[in-house]
Ligand binder design. Structure first.
Ligand code: NAD
Length: 304
């Protein structure tokens, strides 16, 4: 009998096409949920972040061999339980770097041109033109913290737009080529000189609160913070305080500590633009990720 892959979260159809072309059976239960029998008789489960793959859920997978995560993070998968059951977990690093960098760039423009209050006042039927004087980002300084896949894409795009780009990444190998047009500086210099500071680092004990009270205080009063990484890398209460005290001018956030719960103090703040974690949500990024995961699953299941 051919191996069966059970899709539990919405993923691009590219993934099912790859698996079917390799002769595997695919059950897409992302819309209506899988039956007990389908959980029990499938060899691979495919998830994004919605399905919480707990030890209890895994216990239903009598023939489960592998969990494919269409993305990089595995916070929603109990990896200890997977290891105990000898279930492999396959992830896809990258594939969404352009999507996230473009969102950060969209935030740069949206902050510079006051999209938050502009869209709101227009929707309210108010002609607020006189309150909406913006500025051109050309010639402004963009500080990129973390020069990995996403940070590099953003830095290169900022440079292409005529921005001065400063970068900070303590783990960048000494012989690595910095992104085009990027000057590598210390964190202090980046914070004190940048008009826009965008963070692109993983969440860890080291990076939690990376931008906290002291760092926000050391920034320019006309500066903006952008967080498209993970909630908590910019300390949420320190951010609100810094905005309320006029220490910085605004912020744009795609990620939150308690998501999908939306923190009211942040999302209703007049100086904050907020989006519900859509950095990687582009058709192209999801197709790239699905294709890469499809290839790894085909390889895994062909050997299993
Ligand atoms: P990456 O691993 O390619 O790059 C991360 C970089 O951060 C590395 O170069 C690393 O050296 C650097 N870094 C680590 N600690 C640092 C520190 N203390 N100071 C400065 N730099 C530091 O990761 P990536 O693909 O560029 O993704 C970055 C983060 O973006 C991810 O970890 C994830 O949290 C987030 N992300 C968000 C979305 C979204 O939808 N908003 C989508 C994908 C990824």
């Amino acid at each position: 009998m051919s191996r069966t892959a059970l899709i539990l979260d919405p993923v691009s159809s590219v993934l099912a096409e790859k698996l079917e072309a390799a002769g595997f059976r695919v059950l897409d239960r992302s819309a209506d949920g899988a039956s007990e029998a389908e959980y029990a008789e499938s060899d691979a489960w495919i998830v994004r972040s919605r399905t919480k793959v707990t030890a209890d859920l895994m216990a239903k997978g009598k023939t489960l061999r592998v969990i494919g995560r269409a993305g990089a993070g595995t916070d929603n998968i109990d990896k200890d339980a997977a290891a105990e059951r000898s279930v492999d977990v396959l992830t896809v690093p990258g594939g969404n770097e352009v999507a996230v960098a473009e969102l950060a760039l969209a935030f740069v423009f949206a902050l510079a041109r006051k999209f938050g209050s502009g869209l709101q006042s227009t929707r309210d039927g108010v002609w607020a033109k006189s309150k909406l004087m913006g500025f051109e980002v050309t010639g402004e300084t963009l500080g990129v913290i973390g020069l990995g896949r996403i940070g590099r894409q953003l830095a290169e795009r900022g440079h292409a737009l005529g921005m001065k780009v400063l970068g900070f990444d303590p783990y960048l190998p000494a012989d690595a080529t910095p992104p085009a047009g990027t000057q590598i500086v210390s964190m202090d210099e980046l914070l004190s000189k940048s008009r826009f500071v965008s963070v692109h680092v993983p969440l860890s004990e080291e990076t939690r609160g990376l931008l906290g009270t002291d760092q926000l205080r050391s920034m320019r009063k006309d500066a903006f913070v952008i967080n498209c990484s993970r909630g908590g890398i910019v300390d949420e209460s320190a951010l609100v305080r810094a905005l309320d005290d006029g220490e910085i001018s605004g912020a744009a956030l795609d990620v939150f500590v308690g998501e999908p719960e939306l923190p009211k103090t942040l999302v209703s703040h007049p100086s904050i633009l907020a989006m519900p974690h859509i950095g990687g949500s582009t058709v192209q990024a999801q197709e790239k990720i699905a294709a890469r995961l499809g290839d790894s699953l085909v390889e895994f299941l062909s050997k299993a």
